[in-house]
Design a protein around this ligand. Structure first.
Ligand SMILES: Cc1ncc(COP(=O)(O)O)c(C=O)c1O
Length: 286
C-alpha cells in the first residue's frame, strides 16, 4: 500500500514526496546541523521533554538559534505524528543553520531550516531478541563533541558498514586506552560483577535518553549502577546491551570474537528490557 506521508518543512506541512530544501542548505553543504529522534507509542511520546532539551543543548553547542520555542516544537512534533499513519512512530527533527551561498563562515543572519518527519517505529525482530546481536569494536575516529547530536554522521555510517561487512549489527567506538564508549547509533551498557556499568557522560558519548531510562529503571529495581570507563577485558563482565530510542535495550552476545557471558541474552539485560517495555506499554495505555 502506498501511504501518503507528510513532512513539516520550514513552516508548512507538505507531502513527503514533494518535501525539499535548498541545495545551498548548510546541512547539505557542511553537515552544519543537529537532529533529534523521539519515539511515540499510540500517541504518547516517550520522554519528549528530555529529547527537546537535548535538542536545545545541541543547538546551543553549535550556535544555531532554535527556530521556535520548545513548546512550539512539541506541538509541531505532535502534529507531524498525527498527520502520518503510524501507531508507534519515530519522529525525526532536523535543524540546520539554513541556506546561504557556500562559505565556511556563516554570513549574516540566517534562518535555520527545520524539518520534521514521522515514520513507523521499527521494532527489533523476535529472532534478534532471542539470540542477541553481534558487534565489533573500532578505534574512535569521530569528532570530540559526541554529546552534540550532530547530523555529521559519516564516521557512524562507515562504522555501520564495517560492522555489516563482518555480519555484525553495531560497531562500538574505543578510546585510545580501549575503553568502550558507545556505538554508531547506540549507547552500550554492561553488567560487570553484578553492577550495571556504562561510560560516564562526557564529550565522547551522546547522553542517550534510552541510556538514562535503562539506568533509571535499574536503580528503581535495586540494581547498582556505575558510570565509569570500562573495558571488554574486565574479568567480571557477564552481559552487554546496547540502548537507543528504536531498540530500548538489546542484548549483545558477541563483540569481535569475544563471547559475552554464556553467549545468550543476559538475564539482567532482559529484566531491564522488560521493565522498560512495561513503561512503554503504560504510555500506550495512557
Ligand atoms: C551515537 C549515538 N549514541 C547513542 C544513541 C542513543 O540515543 P537515544 O537513546 O537518545 O536514542 C544514538 C541514537 O541515535 C546515537 O546516535
Amino acid at each position: 500500500m502506498n501511504q501518503q506521508l507528510t513532512a513539516y518543512v520550514n513552516g508548512r506541512f507538505t507531502p513527503l514526496e514533494d518535501a525539499t530544501i535548498h541545495i545551498e542548505d548548510r546541512g547539505f553543504q557542511f553537515a552544519d546541523g543537529i537532529y533529534e529522534v523521539v519515539a511515540c507509542f499510540a500517541g504518547t511520546f516517550l520522554d519528549l521533554q528530555p529529547h527537546l532539551e537535548r535538542l536545545q543543548r545541541s543547538c546551543e553547542g553549535v550556535r544555531i538559534p532554535l527556530p521556535c520555542s520548545l513548546e512550539e516544537m512539541a506541538t509541531l512534533v505532535q502534529e507531524t505524528y498525527k498527520r502520518n499513519p503510524f501507531e508507534d512512530a519515530m519522529v525525526y527533527i532536523q535543524i540546520t543553520r539554513g541556506a546561504a551561498p557556500r562559505s565556511h563562515l556563516p554570513q549574516g543572519e540566517l534562518t535555520p531550516t527545520l524539518i520534521i518527519t514521522s515514520r513507523n517505529l521499527p521494532k527489533p525482530s523476535d529472532a534478534k531478541l532471542a539470540s542477541g546481536v553481534k558487534a565489533i569494536t573500532l578505534q574512535d575516529i569521530r569528532w570530540k563533541h559526541c554529546e552534540i547530536k550532530s547530523i555529521a554522521l559519516l564516521a557512524s555510517v562507515l562504522g555501520k558498514q564495517e560492522a555489516a561487512l563482518k555480519n555484525a549489527d553495531e560497531a562500538f567506538w574505543l578510546d585510545e586506552e580501549a575503553h568502550v564508549l558507545e556505538g554508531c547509533a547506540t549507547n552500550i551498557l554492561a553488567i560487570i560483577d553484578g553492577v550495571l556499568v556504562t561510560h560516564p557522560l562526557d564529550h565522547q558519548v551522546l547522553g542517550g535518553i534510552t541510556r538514562n531510562m535503562a539506568i533509571r529503571v535499574a536503580k528503581e529495581h535495586g540494581l547498582s549502577v556505575e558510570e565509569r570507563p570500562w573495558k571488554l577485558t574486565e574479568s567480571g563482565l557477564t552481559e552487554a546491551m546496547m540502548s537507543s530510542t528504536t531498540n530500548a535495550v538489546m542484548p549483545i552476545y558477541c563483540i569481535n570474537e569475544q563471547i559475552i557471558g554464556d553467549g545468550k541474552p543476559g538475564k539482567t539485560t532482559m529484566q531491564i528490557r522488560g521493565w522498560m517495555l512495561e513503561a512503554m506499554d503504560a504510555l500506550r495505555r495512557a
